[in-house]
Design a protein around this ligand. Structure first.
Ligand SMILES: NC(=O)c1ccc[n+]([C@@H]2O[C@H](COP(=O)([O-])OP(=O)(O)OC[C@H]3O[C@@H](n4cnc5c(N)ncnc54)[C@H](OP(=O)(O)O)[C@@H]3O)[C@@H](O)[C@H]2O)c1
Length: 220
């Protein structure tokens, strides 16, 4: 049985999520990184272990509700209720909105909104019954305005933002903390503000908030 507190990142890659994994890992969390590609997860975990961080990768497609439930159930029986869960996945296709294919928009929406919904649907009832838990989401500035060349993403991010607002309101009055970080810039390792480690500090700050002080959206 893992004795370290557990943090799960759903939609793990080399960007924001790896910054969050480093930040929470450094604080002594066991990190579970989940995404579709096991080879990329292996690389991410190898990098983190090289920095002394305890972690493991789990392959999952977050648009598949059954697979999401199986992953969360497996982690729940092998380990404990996670202290922090971050939903971080998204999908996009660069294309003029007037030339876009509806199936592409639907596919991206599935990742952003269905993925977030499946995760919340499985985790939040348990969190609410235990009256604890932190469920965070990574949003984007495209949620705030339609993007003619990235409508697949902006529609998905807008949908997810609205869903997370509903989830946060559903948890009002409890100790369950639901929040989103709306990242309004392009992530780059060399950018002083929009690098993964700087953004990860925001999630750590949210995690440290006490009941009664919860922020539900950070406009980053
Ligand atoms: N990059 C930016 O400039 C930027 C700006 C503003 C907001 N954001 C938001 O920040 C978040 C992180 O972006 P990032 O670029 O830094 O990415 P990241 O954290 O490096 O990686 C995200 C990972 O999500 C995984 N994923 C995508 N669809 C999935 C699915 N259906 N099931 C499971 N995993 C899935 C992908 O891995 P697999 O392909 O292996 O599944 C991808 O590597 C996203 O929500 C993004 O919209 C990014």
């Amino acid at each position: 049985m893992q004795t370290k507190p557990l943090a799960i990142i759903l939609g793990a890659g080399p960007g924001i999520s790896q910054g969050v994994a480093r930040r929470f890992g450094r604080e002594g969390f066991h990190m579970v990184l989940a995404a579709r590609r096991p080879d990329q997860l292996d690389e991410l975990c190898t990098e983190l272990r090289g920095q002394g961080i305890s972690c493991e990768g789990r392959a999952v497609d977050l648009t598949d509700a059954t697979a999401v439930n199986q992953l969360i159930d497996a982690l729940g029986s092998e380990r404990q209720l996670p202290e922090m869960v971050l939903f971080n996945a998204s999908a996009m296709h660069v294309c003029d909105v007037l030339e876009e294919d509806w199936e592409v928009i639907r596919g991206c929406f599935e990742v952003c909104v269905a993925g977030a919904f499946h995760v919340a649907r499985r985790l939040m009832p348990t969190m609410l019954s235990e009256n604890r838990g932190k469920l965070f989401f990574t949003g984007g500035g495209t949620a705030l305005r339609g993007e003619p060349m990235m409508s697949s993403l902006s529609i998905g991010k807008a949908g997810m933002r609205n869903l997370v607002q509903a989830l946060a309101r559903r948890a009002e009055g409890s100790n369950v903390h639901v929040a989103q970080v709306t990242v309004r810039g392009r992530v780059h390792p060399e950018d002083p503000k929009f690098n993964p480690d700087a953004i990860a500090e925001t999630y750590w700050g949210l995690y440290r908030q006490a009941p009664g002080e919860y922020t539900h959206e950070v406009m980053y």
